[in-house]
Design a binder for this molecule. Structure first.
Ligand SMILES: *[C@@H]1O[C@H](CO)[C@@H](O)[C@H](O)[C@H]1NC(C)=O
Ligand SMILES: *[C@@H]1O[C@H](CO)[C@@H](O)[C@H](O)[C@H]1NC(C)=O
Ligand SMILES: *[C@@H]1O[C@H](CO)[C@@H](O)[C@H](O)[C@H]1NC(C)=O
Ligand SMILES: *[C@@H]1O[C@H](CO)[C@@H](O)[C@H](O)[C@H]1NC(C)=O
Ligand SMILES: *[C@@H]1O[C@H](CO)[C@@H](O)[C@H](O)[C@H]1NC(C)=O
Ligand SMILES: *[C@@H]1O[C@H](CO)[C@@H](O)[C@H](O)[C@H]1NC(C)=O
Ligand SMILES: *[C@@H]1O[C@H](CO)[C@@H](O)[C@H](O)[C@H]1NC(C)=O
Ligand SMILES: *[C@@H]1O[C@H](CO)[C@@H](O)[C@H](O)[C@H]1NC(C)=O
Ligand SMILES: *[C@@H]1O[C@H](CO)[C@@H](O)[C@H](O)[C@H]1NC(C)=O
Ligand SMILES: *[C@@H]1O[C@H](CO)[C@@H](O)[C@H](O)[C@H]1NC(C)=O
Ligand SMILES: *[C@@H]1O[C@H](CO)[C@@H](O)[C@H](O)[C@H]1NC(C)=O
Ligand SMILES: *[C@@H]1O[C@H](CO)[C@@H](O)[C@H](O)[C@H]1NC(C)=O
Length: 358
């Protein structure tokens, strides 16, 4: 009798322990595969451990400017930097990615400066919400004895990322936090990638292996742009549902599926980071025809599109827009003259850019 009761107690305890482990297990952090020898821009989800502000986030992740933080979250430019963000809200963080040894990690930014009484698991769990493991933090910073971190030490924060093409296409890799109830099927549908691709990228054997709290590598489709390969921002990869500032802040571009995945750019009206005033953004030889403008006419219009920049000039391209034959009878949407036009027609490049005329 005695041994029987002891047995049940101990198996009950181990069962409880198992249940506890299953519920409390911290985010399973897995590094992302990255085989291209490259650097690129990446995005990761961060669930706020405490209430905070965009300014504090910008500082913690060393995001270059508030605009890029707002841009990846597709929030209005007018959002105040000190707006209160509640704990548990998930914010997308943009950061530079470096691929080495088959995996991608943040390219030496962000770094974290150790303060008194810090310890590694606190930094990983309470500050960076478990986006990487203590082991990864130790390895990348060559910390053999975790008790020997000193206030003032600068730690390289190994956020997971990748720069690899997916399905032959350039994409932006997004480390998406898996929420309770998420399924591979649902996520695949939302980002229009095949389930096989998602499983392969994340080295999951089956959809059942998806864990809430883990960070999933999602290849975000980026808009097609006409940026020249000689441009300083080549290849301008703007992913779905985001906007960026480029050409030293002179141009702003956004991407969404509503425009047939064509990048929509226009002059930005903000101060340039390079020039006193922005160079001309006019398409060659055409009066009052600037980046983002489209001539209005049925099924035969021309768009002035952004084609990149150098430290001296901003390139433009005139793009001929024609209606696809199948759309002959459709009347609803036709290009207007305002900026951010909805262009639902095929695009043929006309090599008129200032760049090529030199
Ligand atoms: C945040 O989420 C955790 C667990 O999901 C919960 O325990 C906590 O109360 C939440 N905090 C706030 C401020 O909502
Ligand atoms: C890459 O891996 C090799 C062997 O696995 C190792 O010697 C080298 O230090 C690693 N490089 C980096 C930058 O981690
Ligand atoms: C959140 O608050 C906890 C408790 O005060 C603190 O330990 C932790 O460092 C804070 N995290 C961040 C990112 O400020
Ligand atoms: C890591 O640190 C150890 C001891 O401080 C040192 O011998 C070793 O060269 C370091 N390795 C790297 C790759 O920096
Ligand atoms: C693009 O983003 C929108 C808004 O977040 C989302 O509804 C849509 O599913 C996304 N599409 C793809 C292909 O990523
Ligand atoms: C999803 O991708 C397929 C093939 O890549 C494409 O044909 C389809 O139009 C896309 N669907 C959406 C809603 O973007
Ligand atoms: C840039 O594009 C041109 C044609 O568009 C091509 O001939 C050239 O090889 C490309 N250069 C690079 C460095 O990719
Ligand atoms: C489109 O309009 C331009 C002038 O605006 C004209 O030269 C060209 O022939 C037209 N193209 C078609 C296909 O109608
Ligand atoms: C532009 O960049 C080139 C090298 O890339 C440099 O030689 C030149 O001085 C720069 N010009 C200006 C105006 O900054
Ligand atoms: C398109 O419509 C016009 C008149 O609306 C007609 O003349 C033309 O033949 C149509 N073209 C096609 C390819 O259906
Ligand atoms: C052309 O673009 C400029 C700059 O975005 C804008 O101010 C202007 O209103 C546009 N012109 C037309 C005719 O759409
Ligand atoms: C969308 O863009 C693709 C390639 O850029 C083009 O082949 C296709 O015809 C476009 N579709 C429509 C409806 O304009």
């Amino acid at each position: 009798m005695v041994s029987f009761s002891r047995l049940t107690t101990s198996s009950a305890a181990s069962l409880l322990c198992l249940v506890w482990l299953l519920t409390i297990s911290s985010p399973a952090s897995a590094s992302f595969t990255c085989t291209s020898a490259a650097t690129c821009d990446a995005i990761i989800d961060y669930t706020l451990p405490n209430s905070t502000t965009f300014n504090a986030l910008k500082k913690l992740f060393q995001v270059k400017n508030l605009r890029s933080l707002l841009g990846v979250n597709n929030l209005p430019m007018t959002t105040p930097a000190d707006q209160k963000l509640p704990a548990n809200q998930t914010i997308k963080i943009p950061f530079p990615c470096l691929c080495r040894n088959g995996t991608g990690i943040a390219n030496k930014r962000p770094t974290y400066t150790v303060i008194p009484d810090d310890f590694l698991s606190h930094i990983v769990t309470d500050i960076f919400a478990g986006l990487f493991t203590v082991q990864e933090l130790q390895t990348v910073n060559n910390i053999s004895n975790p008790n020997l971190i000193q206030p003032g030490d600068k730690l390289w924060i190994p956020l997971p990322c990748s720069c690899d093409d997916v399905g032959g296409e350039k994409v932006v890799h997004y480390g998406r936090l898996v929420a309770t109830g998420n399924t591979i099927e649902g996520i695949a549908q939302r980002y229009n990638v095949s389930q096989d691709t998602l499983l392969r990228l994340n080295r999951l054997a089956s959809p059942k292996e998806l864990l809430a709290g883990s960070v999933l590598d999602i290849p975000l489709k980026a808009c097609q742009s006409t940026v020249s390969n000689t441009s300083l921002d080549y290849p301008l990869l703007v992913p779905n549902d985001t906007y960026v500032f480029t050409a030293a802040n002179c141009v702003t571009c956004k991407c969404d599926s509503a425009n047939n995945w064509t990048l929509q750019c226009q002059p930005s009206q903000i101060k340039s980071s390079l020039w006193k005033t922005c160079p001309s953004m006019q398409c060659q030889g055409l009066d009052n025809f600037y980046i983002g403008n489209v001539t209005s006419s049925d099924c035969n219009s021309t768009a002035c599109t952004y084609a990149g920049y150098s430290n001296q000039t901003i390139f433009t391209t005139s793009t001929q827009l024609t209606c696809p034959a199948a759309d002959n009878n459709s009347s609803g949407m036709r290009p207007g003259t305002e900026s951010w036009n909805i262009i639902l027609v095929a695009i043929h490049l006309v090599f008129l850019s200032a760049l090529y005329l030199r």
